[in-house]
Ligand binder design. Sequence first.
Ligand SMILES: [Zn+2]
Length: 319
Amino acid sequence: MTVYAIAMCQKDAGGKTIFPSTDSIYLKIIYLGTAGWEITDDKTTILVDPYLSRLRRNYSENADSLTPHDNRRVFGDSDIVELDTAAIDKHIKAADYILVHHAHRDHVMDVPYIALKTGAIVIGHESTANIMRGYGVPEDKIITVKGGEDYDFGNFSVKVIPSLHSPLDEKRYFDSRVISKDTKAPLRVGDFVEGGSLAFLIRFRGYQILTFGSMNYIERELEGLHPDIAIVGAAPSRKEIYDYAGRLMRVLNYPKIVLPTHWDDFTLPFDASQEQRLKQLQIFAQEIKKASPQTKVIIPKYFEPISFASKELVPSRKR
Ligand SMILES: [Zn+2]
């Protein structure tokens, strides 16, 4: 198992170099597919956009011939969503908090089930909160945010950052709808609307982890942030954005690690080939390397923890 030690060495009072411990406390970051991540120190677990149901749709960017064994039902917009609870139960054992970037199906659809199963607190904007209510998630397990909040949870904190959705349909995508407070479960595929987009800066175990759920950002909102790890949208719609990688790497002061997100075809099952998408991902990695040669781009594998050494010896930046 590779353990990334991105903590800087410190000098003690006598000028002796202290190396950060690589064997005590780990921070683990695990890719759940789509824009979903688990961030854990094995005590506190934070999920981001967990979506494991991967509904089969009547479109797919990969040829059907690549998935001859995918006999799952195809879902249209008017169909009531069905969760893959077997996949969720297999991979999500516990969660304390669930952060949701926006309320599209591939970000929020599995969240009510996971919240009810784990007792986790869900943090998201109004549409996300109303979906939770519709599925019976109790009020004390919902924190509604709009962007700009900076909340302390004791052993970690979350800065909520206003953001933008991917520029879909060649920049024509726009949706100002909000999911209403009287929404009732079950929802149909087409019921999930964006409801605005967020990014999150998670400060946990001395690390600062910036997460995006889409292929866009508001540069001004990121000024002054210096994340160690940036989870960056890597799907092709980023190409609609002017200097996507360059502006992002500069404003974030060249993070040491970039983890690409939302790059896979999430209409395919976990065991299907993502060969085409992995090829495209190499281009994203090159764009990041060009903009920030010192940055390490780690291509995540589903459910395989990426481990980071303890940063306990390194005082976290206070701001
Ligand atoms: Zn979306």
